[in-house]
Design a protein around this ligand. Structure first.
Ligand SMILES: *Cc1c(COP(=O)(O)O)cnc(C)c1O
Length: 422
């Protein structure tokens, strides 16, 4: 068997050599520090990095598996959940946990809905109703936890088609999902309508605010109109929000909140018949790093509401400028009427010469800009955040040159790339 990387050495190597090689490995990585990536890294600025790095170092070795041994992490978790619950207008009964990210938050939301359906309605063949715009992690959850999935279409404006969701409901429906906003085009679903359908049959309604939870509350405080999506909407039973996205903390931090402790109890796993002793676990992990939890706590404390308002202002300013620049180019258009931080750029079928956006993406890549290809329909996805504001002028100039270069040309490769294996 040949292996590219050879064998593990018998003798260890000097630390400076090892670290130098690690640094070298990053040479070809996306240059998020230049503000030219969208969505993979969220850059809250040098001061935010500094405090996140300090907090990470402090808690790098702590283990949240056992908050009795590390009460610090127990309090970090409950404080982060309490702050988020307040931000989302949760009632006093709101209770949650931190997880490692949006995917894990969605997986435990799916698991909780299944347990609730079984306990309260005797359902053994759980089914979920989700729009085709709902995040792929719901499908992952369906596979992991044995759900049937009813995948329903979206409307012309890319929001979930609620009539189709209603038609897809069965007596086994235990979970209905709305997104705030959905990832592909960045629009907020009709959460009140979806939540009302779910609650009419005693099913759970999860709002996936993984990418919007740390944006929409601040957009609202800035005075823009935001469609109802949080715990103020009756029938919403749980909400997920990723701190490691527009909460600007390093990777490994998300929050899942349930309207009541009782609803949260369906998420946890408890086993008391093991030679190793009592085992209680809030999410998918066992051993669980304290570092991202502490970093998230520190970043939220450091920024405060005012810090987030400023980062949100920068985000919206960058996104609005980029949207108008894209819409101003003949052959291109932004999909949907997204108003927040997500931009999906597509070819404009009404233009005399619709542009191939994948060719455009390649031309932008030559200039260092990294957008994800997505589809259908073929489009370039950008999640804008505060770190992009400083380079908006450069983006607009590069966009114009790239568009001129592409003209009527097309590229062969039509593959899309949200996440990949290797
Ligand atoms: C990013 C995202 C997720 C998944 O979160 P990860 O942190 O990447 O696991 C889920 N839902 C939405 C809407 C997202 O944008």
């Amino acid at each position: 068997m040949t292996r590219l990387s050879g064998h593990l050495r018998n003798a260890g190597r000097p630390a400076d050599q090892v670290l130098a090689e690690l640094r070298d490995k990053r040479a070809m990585d996306a240059r998020w520090q230049d503000g030219k990536t969208f969505g993979l890294v969220y850059d809250g600025g040098a001061e935010v990095h500094a405090i996140a790095e300090e907090a990470t170092k402090l808690f790098l070795h702590e283990n949240a598996l056992n908050p009795i041994a590390f009460p610090s992490l127990g309090s970090i978790q409950s404080e982060v959940c309490d702050w988020t619950a307040e931000l989302f207008h949760g009632p006093d009964t709101t209770a949650g946990f931190m997880t490692s990210g949006g995917t894990e938050s969605l997986l435990v939301a799916v698991k909780a809905a299944r347990e609730r359906g079984k306990a309260e309605r005797g359902i053994t063949k759980p089914q979920m109703v989700i729009a085709e715009s709902a995040h792929a992690a719901f499908h992952k959850g369906a596979k992991y936890f044995g759900f049937d999935v009813a995948k329903t279409p979206v409307n012309d404006d890319w929001t979930a088609n609620v009539d189709a969701m209603e038609e897809a409901m069965t007596e086994n429906t235990v979970l209905m999902v709305g997104s705030a906003p959905q990832y592909p085009q960045g629009v907020v679903d009709d959460i009140p309508a979806i939540a009302a359908l779910a609650s009419s049959i005693g099913a759970s309604c999860h709002v996936d605010a993984c990418i919007g939870g740390f944006v929409l509350p601040f957009v609202e405080k800035l005075g823009r109109k935001v469609a109802p999506w949080d715990f103020r909407v009756d029938g919403v039973t749980s909400i997920s929000a990723d701190i490691h996205k527009l909460g600007y903390s390093p990777k490994g931090a998300s929050v899942i909140l349930h309207r009541t402790k009782k609803l949260r109890s369906y998420q946890t796993f408890i086993f008391d018949d093991w030679l190793g002793g009592f085992y209680a676990s809030p999410n998918m992990q066992g051993t669980r790093s304290g570092a991202p939890m502490a970093a998230a706590w520190a970043v939220i404390q450091f920024l405060g509401v005012e810090g987030y308002l400023e980062l949100t202002r920068q985000t919206l300013s960058a996104a609005d400028q980029m949207r108008s620049a894209i819409n101003a180019i003949d052959g291109l258009r932004v999909l949907g009427d997204a108003e927040y931080h997500i931009i999906a750029t597509s070819s404009d079928p009404q233009a005399e010469q619709p542009m191939d956006v994948f060719a455009l993406g390649d031309a932008l890549k030559e200039r260092g800009w990294h957008f994800d290809r997505q589809g259908p329909p073929d489009s370039l996805h950008g999640t804008i955040s505060a770190g992009n504001e400083a380079v908006v002028g450069q983006f607009i100039a590069d966009l114009q040159t790239a568009a001129d270069q592409v003209g009527a040309s097309r590229v062969e490769d039509r593959s899309t790339t949200y996440a990949a294996l290797e």
